[in-house]
Design a protein around this ligand. Structure first.
Ligand code: NAP
Length: 160
């Protein structure tokens, strides 16, 4: 399992139920990376999408309210999620947020795709700081890219 996230310089990821920045280049990267794959998300992240489930991906929503989704599979516990994912043994799985689901599933991830934005987004919710985590190491970071006035870098962390 892998995670994919865009963070500000404090590992902030969201505010008021939404993202911190509008980043078309990063959106394109996210789309290209996750197309055809399984994407696992929390109920709040699903609710933040304007058109429901992300197209051309198997969407899985973690939701303990008992709600079902017309365009996504859902799981109400980490155990039922594991059972559901076992139906797709050959598929790549990306955890796509938000904060609570990253926290829940990071221990099961072996790689994290981190887009780093060189700005302070005044975040309310955060991803764990992988630079301060002894069990993670920065494997690579691309050259800075300009995206809608921001400077971003596409980085990869792997388990140390
Ligand atoms: N920067 C990024 O890359 C990125 C990516 C994704 C999201 N975000 C941001 O992150 C924020 C949302 O994060 P969030 O932590 O507030 O919400 P979230 O993780 O998207 O969703 C939280 C909800 O998921 C369900 N859930 C979580 N853990 C569960 C478990 N163990 N079992 C069953 N259900 C579980 C619960 O839904 P119910 O209460 O309905 O049961 C919970 O309320 C937004 O601001 C969003 O824009 C940022």
């Amino acid at each position: 399992m892998k995670a994919i996230v865009v963070v500000d310089r404090h590992w902030g990821i969201g505010r008021k139920g939404g993202l911190l920045f509008r980043l078309p280049e990063d959106m394109a990267f996210f789309r290209a990376t996750t197309l055809g794959k399984i994407v696992v998300m929390g109920a709040k992240t699903y609710a933040s999408f304007p058109h429901g489930a992300l197209p051309n991906r198997t969407n899985v929503v973690l939701d303990d309210s008992g709600r079902t989704y017309p365009d996504a599979e859902s799981a109400s516990t980490p155990e039922s999620l594991a059972k559901l994912l076992a139906k797709y043994p050959d598929d790549e799985v990306f955890v796509i947020g938000g904060a609570s689901v990253y926290k829940l599933l990071l221990a099961q991830c072996d790689e994290v795709y981190v887009t780093k934005v060189n700005a302070d987004g005044d975040a309310e919710v955060f991803f764990p700081d992988l630079d301060a985590a002894p069990d993670w190491k920065l494997a690579r970071c691309g050259e800075p890219v300009s995206d809608n006035g921001f400077t971003i870098r596409f980085c990869r962390y792997i388990r140390a």
